[in-house]
Design a protein around this ligand. Structure first.
Ligand code: PLP
Length: 421
């Protein structure tokens, strides 16, 4: 029996209605930018497996570092103990994060990185003797599926059963040239009439909202107001981190630096799960006290796992290498050229690009998880390209080592698919 058939007996997949979507493609191996299935088909991973494997699947350098670490130290409790990979990672990561970031707190995935950030912000005010309970978030933001992260996500596609249990969140529209003054006024009003603890946002690109993009100078206006009112700013760089936007972090484009940054996905290069919530000295200092209960009593069993840390260290080494930086520029330029061409296509309503991220909107209305989306997905797969449209948006966020020929194959699959619509 095939893996696809055996899968059906006991497995329950994420974000899936199994009745309408019973089949899952069994991937047996991956190398570089390519996935291989159990029937011998090959697919270029045009979304880097949800923006994780950005240095290529089964990257030999990462495998070498992780293998060496596995033989040295697999895991140790991170409360009361520390180790070389965590120390080395902290030194390397702090060097490339925005300059105000000083401390790193480990967890396991993007959602927990956000939950940690929210708890940090709430306790920051609590420790300073203030009770602030409201969080402000951007409309259509996505921050994950645990309760805190789900609460601040504006993109609650199917969150109906949980909504009444959410933490207290208010939403503001994403600021742009037209609405900036309005959004600033709304934000200021919320802050002055409510006890607002934090503002959480995806800097420059809202990934799950179909790669919606906003300008650094507009979000900066909101961050300035937050700062004036001691509202803790939380940048969710789970998707945008590690080179995706053309710089190591999207926050580098924005003048006002966040108090807290959430990292995951490409952090550990798709090898093993890990997340980090980083923060400024000011946040950390509010927890540093003679009083035991002012400490941050949050922890996950696998916090700071040495193997995951070694994957993250190897990932940063690769990101900063001349070879990878040249790849980033090469792919950005290729996307720009494709953008010029495809925006003329009669089925394309709009296109946008930020660094490695390219997106186009079809001028066809469709449901986020509807039939046309499935048709697009299957069309790409039949052409040997894995792209997962979000609603009527087709986007590319390929591994940085994707070759020119592989990029052309992705573009051609999009052209051919658009022609069939
Ligand atoms: C994927 C994502 C998350 C959630 O991360 P998980 O590891 O899936 O829990 C949070 N924020 C953003 C911006 C993301 O893209």
């Amino acid at each position: 029996m095939s893996l696809q058939e055996r899968d059906k007996k006991h497995l329950w997949h994420p974000l899936t209605q199994h009745k309408s979507h019973p089949n899952h493609i069994a991937i047996t191996k991956a190398k570089g930018a390519v996935l291989y299935d159990e029937d011998g088909n090959e697919y270029i991973d045009g979304i880097a497996s949800w923006y994780t494997c950005v240095y290529g699947h089964c990257n030999p350098y990462i495998i070498e570092k992780v293998t060496a670490q596995m033989q040295q130290l697999d895991h140790v409790v991170f409360t009361g103990f520390t180790h070389q990979p965590a120390v080395e990672l902290s030194e390397k990561l702090i060097k490339i994060l925005p300059e105000n970031q000083e401390k790193l707190f480990f967890s396991d995935n993007g959602s927990t990185a956000i939950d940690v950030a929210i708890k940090m912000a709430l306790q920051y005010h609590f420790n300073n003797g203030e009770k602030r309970g409201k969080i402000i978030a951007l409309e259509n933001g996505f921050h994950g599926d645990t309760f805190g992260a789900m609460s601040v996500s504006g993109l609650s596609v199917y969150n109906g059963p949980f909504e009444e249990f959410f933490i207290d969140v208010a939403r503001i529209p994403v600021p742009n040239a037209e609405n900036l003054e309005e959004v600033k006024a709304l934000f200021t009003e919320l802050i002055t009439t409510h006890k607002v603890a934090a503002f959480v946002y995806e800097p420059l690109v809202q990934g799950a909202a179909a790669m919606q993009m906003h300008k650094a100078e507009h979000i900066n206006e909101i961050l300035k107001i937050a700062q004036q009112h001691q509202v803790v700013t939380i940048a969710d760089e789970v998707m945008t981190g590690f080179g995706k936007t053309g710089k190591n972090f999207a926050s580098e484009y924005i003048t006002t630096k966040p108090d807290i940054i959430c990292l995951s996905k490409a952090l550990s290069a798709g090898m093993v799960p890990m997340a980090i919530t980083s923060c400024s000295q000011k946040i950390y200092d509010a927890f540093y006290a003679d009083d035991l209960k002012k400490g941050f009593f949050h922890g996950h069993t696998y916090s700071g796992n040495p193997v995951a840390c070694s994957a993250a260290i190897a990932g940063i080494d690769l990101l900063l290498s001349d070879e990878m930086q040249a790849n980033l520029q090469r792919i950005e330029a290729a996307h720009q050229k494709f953008n010029q061409e495809i925006q003329q296509h009669p089925k394309v309503a709009a296109t946008r690009q930020q660094g490695q991220i390219f997106a186009l909107d079809l001028n066809i209305e469709m449901e986020r998880y509807g039939n046309l989306r499935d048709k697009l997905f299957h069309s790409f797969m039949s052409k040997g390209v894995c792209l997962r449209p979000l609603g009527n948006t087709i986007y590319i966020l390929a591994p940085y080592i994707t070759s020119d020929a592989q990029l052309q194959k992705i573009y051609q699959a999009i052209r051919e698919t658009l022609d069939t619509l």
